[in-house]
Write a protein that binds this ligand. Structure first.
Ligand code: FAD
Length: 298
């Protein structure tokens, strides 16, 4: 199923993002974990694309597994990193032959140890260029990334939004946001984009913060701000991982409640392959997704 049809059909779509393991053993373990995810009836799952090596093959293996074995629509992420245009073309042909109809198009991060993305020789410089290539290749549904607090490499938020408009003009059909911990960032960004004439689905990316140190490094890497109260609470309980997890889940549950009441078109849960995350937040999201389906069929 093409995800744009899903977003057009339903008022609310619940999706889960996973990352591909590097080893065969890891792949088998994740396949077993995904059976647990399936209980919460996500509308689709997406699989991230690594910087290279076996994990890239495993992105496709996991997407095919989700699609064909679990019967859940899958989206494969694809980046410009270390790929020539010909290689991208081959990846797209392979995805098409394996009946994957949805691609999340991304530029990708600069390689570790560098602070600037350099266009691979014979490849693409930006996400917009990749989206245009996907569009020309065949009729994939195409998602792209958006940054409510601005992209970490670009201090000019307005220019960042202009680049988002370019991605949409090139053919992105729905936008999934970077995670955020204060809804105000997403809601303001959404209102601004609507005001600027963007009508396609703007999906809220949600990541439960369950550990102060990993949250700090993740936030710095992604340019995401941490609300003061959340930081204080996590630091205070730093030595008690279970209490920290509770603090993080409680925080995200409140975020979800508000986002649902604000009528978001979808939530994309960065589950980081953890069953606990889906068990904890899945029921709320499954309910919203189920109610949205009833609204469509009534
Ligand atoms: P772009 O939209 O190309 O933007 C990157 C930077 O370039 C921004 O600062 C933007 O302002 C600037 N820019 C854009 N267009 C132009 C232009 N024409 N001229 C000048 N500057 C420009 N990474 C992975 O490696 N694998 C994944 O699977 C993955 N999945 C992700 C999923 C989501 C939902 C999100 C939010 C991010 C994901 N990322 C992933 C991270 C992503 O690759 C990085 O954030 C990357 O730095 C930017 O990718 P992008 O496609 O958003 O880039």
């Amino acid at each position: 199923m093409k995800l744009i049809d899903l977003y057009n059909k339903k008022d609310f779509v619940f999706s889960i993002e996973i990352f591909p393991p590097k080893t065969d053993k890891g792949v088998e373990k994740l396949k077993s974990t995904l059976k647990g995810f399936r209980q919460f009836a996500p509308d689709y799952m997406s699989v991230t694309y690594g910087a290279g090596g076996t994990s890239r093959e495993n992105t496709h293996e996991m997407a095919v597994h989700i699609n064909h074995e679990l019967g859940i629509p899958a989206m494969a992420h694809l980046t410009c990193v270390s790929h020539t245009a010909d290689e991208i073309d081959k990846v797209l042909t392979s995805l098409k032959n394996r009946n994957i109809e949805n691609v999340m198009a991304l530029r990708g991060d600069p390689p570790v140890g560098t602070d600037r993305f350099v266009r691979p020789e014979g490849g693409y410089q930006s996400d917009s260029a990749l989206i245009s290539a996907i569009r020309k290749h065949s009729s994939f549904a195409i998602g792209a990334a958006g940054y409510p607090e601005g992209h970490v490499e670009n201090p000019d938020k307005e220019e960042d939004r202009i680049h988002l408009h370019e991605k949409i003009a090139c053919g992105a059909q729905f936008i999934i946001s970077q995670f955020f911990l204060d809804n105000i960032h997403f809601l303001r960004w959404r209102d601004l984009l609507r005001h600027e004439g963007v009508s396609l689905p703007l999906i809220a990316g949600i990541l439960p913060p369950t550990n102060w140190h990993s949250l700090q490094s993740m936030s710095a890497m992604c340019g995401v701000s941490i609300p003061k109260q959340l930081a204080q609470d996590l630091i205070k309980q730093e030595d008690d991982p279970e209490v920290c997890r509770e603090i993080g889940f409680d925080h995200v549950e409140r975020q979800l409640e508000e986002l649902l009441s604000e009528g978001v078109e979808g939530v994309h849960l960065y589950a980081l392959n953890r069953l606990e995350t889906v068990e904890r937040l899945g029921p709320q999201l499954q309910k919203a997704s189920g109610e949205s389906l009833n609204a469509v069929t009534v």
